[in-house]
Write a protein that binds this ligand. Sequence first.
Ligand SMILES: [Zn+2]
Length: 75
Amino acid sequence: MGKLRRMNELPLDTEVAVRHVQPYEAVKAYRCPGCDHEIGRGLGHEVVVPIDAPELRRHWHSGCWHREQRRRARG
Ligand SMILES: [Zn+2]
């Protein structure tokens, strides 16, 4: 499997683990790859980790990740 540069280049069949981050755990701000906007501190969101490339984990707004899943499900 080739080196992935960005989450949105993940092949549709890439297995990912998703963990929900509670607001109290969100002590840093992150950039959401779904909308390219910031996920502010104290905001509950999702961490998406490719099983085969855990270093490429990304933080997503929950809504953006759910939209992305629907997009990926359609192919
Ligand atoms: Zn987003």
